[in-house]
Write a protein that binds this ligand. Sequence first.
Ligand SMILES: Cc1cc2nc3c(=O)[nH]c(=O)nc-3n(C[C@H](O)[C@H](O)[C@H](O)COP(=O)(O)O)c2cc1C
Length: 222
Amino acid sequence: MKKVIFLNGSPKQERSVTHYYIEELKKLLGEQVECEEIYVAKVIKQKDLDSTYKKLTQADQLVIGCSLYVDTLYAGLLSFLEEFETYLEVYPNLREPKTRVYALCNNGFLQGEQNKYALRNLRFFTEKIGYSWQFGLGLGAGEMMYATRDQMPMEFVVKRQIGNALRVLSRAILNEEETKQQDLLVSPKIPIWMFNQMGNQFWKDRAKKGKVSVKMIRQRIY
Ligand SMILES: Cc1cc2nc3c(=O)[nH]c(=O)nc-3n(C[C@H](O)[C@H](O)[C@H](O)COP(=O)(O)O)c2cc1C
């Protein structure tokens, strides 16, 4: 059975939007492939790098899950990937150029398009280590998708486009042949004004809970 490793590159680990998407993907993949999710932040904390890198070299396919932090990838994930590159230089026999690599990137703002540079970086990284880049998904409104996970299934009209993108990725993983295609940059179907209003209300409620006034939120610290 083919082995797929999901690298969860969010510092939030099990509580991340990335984990939510990985779980949704696993549902689509069913029992046809063996799946393992690895939390990069945990590996770094436990200093378990070498055995994890060895595991990565044994996978048939890799899905790099990540999220945008100040328009780029979580620093822990970046250093983890850089070290993997070094690992492959030290152990060139373990390099597996046929390993297919995909990326599953999400961000907080509505527009999934914002992930395009992060996806490009992951493509460059994949090409640099000599693995086989396939394509990436850039999915917007991550926190909204996560917050509504129990109320709204992926088939719900707001989420349907994201659900379709995950289906494209699952089909590519199950496909015997490679699927090299353009990245899919997807935003949920919700008007921007409604999304902003919901976001503003969320932060106001959070502030109230923490006894912070709206005026204090707007204060400039510089
Ligand atoms: C410090 C910080 C910086 C962030 N920077 C961005 C950003 O530049 N663009 C964006 O769209 N979202 C940004 N976000 C929102 C996250 O990308 C969003 O919450 C995402 O869904 C988190 O995914 P995860 O739970 O898988 O880590 C930021 C969040 C934090 C806490």
